[in-house]
Design a protein around this ligand. Structure first.
Ligand SMILES: Nc1ncnc2c1ncn2[C@@H]1O[C@H](COP(=O)(O)OP(=O)(O)O)[C@@H](O)[C@H]1O
Ligand SMILES: [Mg+2]
Length: 300
């Protein structure tokens, strides 16, 4: 059975829907909009660092909490940390451990989902922060959701050069758009300027070169990409095709199983695919389905 088929099998057992098939829903909670972001931007400063040429972005974690892009209270924080530990284990194993032989490009991780509003950005940000807490490597969080660019706005980096700029302009060095943050080991790449040929640029050889420059020379660097929904934008599938590991976020009780299945069909068999059931009250044990483990309790 292929990796994607295995993921689809696991999906069948997930308690996604209750009773009748639910219509697809998009955003249930509003994504952070301008006023909040502007408030954050006031607190996020770019400082010149004499020792290094890259700018430094000062991240105000309290402001991120108020924007509800980080867990709101200690209890939610503990639950998420517990869940992320389980998510991280196979990802790290594939990137640096025994699984590294199996999955090429496993240091590239994309967080995606079938539809909008399922928690891709929330998961990508919290996963990147959680990975950055491990001391052995750096984490490059890349905003690959060009139309929404929520990661860019969350870090107050709107208007800064980013992914699209180094793809569109071969004269620009990929490293130019990396922004250091005051969170140890966390680096960010903003989305950059929108481009009408985003899918073509994602498909180009330049894309592979840029990703290689960002990650290839740094054996201890992981990349985490936020992305658009797999079913809504063709560039999402193209972006995912460059990645060795894919984390698919599924909003519990909202997304139709068929939609998640269609999303999984857009991934390929060379990738590690892990599913996260987001916004559910299942324990962390039950809400992450990684493909190496066949036995998960689904009695609920
Ligand atoms: N596990 C979670 N706990 C609390 N809030 C969440 C969680 N997942 C998502 N959210 C919130 O739900 C909204 C939609 O999530 P978001 O990550 O922006 O979705 P997407 O990137 O898939 O469109 C945001 O306001 C986000 O902060
Ligand atoms: Mg998003």
């Amino acid at each position: 059975m292929s990796i994607v088929e295995k993921a689809a099998e696991k999906l069948k057992a997930l308690p996604l829907e209750s009773g009748q098939p639910q219509p697809l829903q998009t955003e249930t909670k509003p994504v952070p909009k301008a006023p909040m972001v502007e408030r954050l931007q006031e607190r996020t400063r770019m400082l010149d660092q004499p020792a290094e040429s890259a700018p430094l972005c000062v991240v105000d974690l309290a402001a991120l909490k108020r924007m509800s892009v980080l867990p709101a209270d200690d209890d939610a924080e503990r639950r998420l940390a517990d869940e992320l530990r389980r998510v991280k284990r196979p990802l790290l194993d594939n990137a640096f451990g025994a699984g590294a032989e199996t999955f090429a490009r496993a240091k590239r991780i994309v967080v995606t989902s079938a539809e909008a509003g399922e928690g891709k950005t929330f998961t990508a940000l919290n996963l990147a922060l959680s990975l950055a807490h491990e001391t052995d490597f750096e984490v490059l969080l890349v905003d690959g959701d060009i139309p929404k660019s929520d990661i860019t706005r969350i870090f107050g980096l709107s208007g800064e050069g980013g992914l699209m700029d180094v793809l569109a302009d071969e004269q620009r060095a990929p490293a130019e758009v990396i922004v250091r943050t005051d969170v140890p080991n966390l680096l960010v790449v903003p989305a950059g300027k929108r481009h009408p040929l985003a899918a073509e640029l994602f498909r180009s050889r330049r894309m592979e070169y840029v990703l290689d420059q960002w990650g290839g020379q740094h054996r201890g660097r992981l990349m985490v990409f936020d992305s658009p929904p797999l079913l809504a934008a063709s560039e999402s599938q193209v972006l995912a095709s460059h990645m060795g590991q894919v984390v698919v976020v599924v909003a519990a009780g909202r997304t139709r199983r068929q939609a998640v299945n269609s999303a999984l069909q857009r991934l390929n068999d060379l990738q590690y695919v892990g599913l996260i059931l987001n916004m559910s009250d299942l324990s962390a044990d039950e809400s992450y389905y990684d493909n190496d483990h066949e036995s998960h309790s689904r009695d609920r």
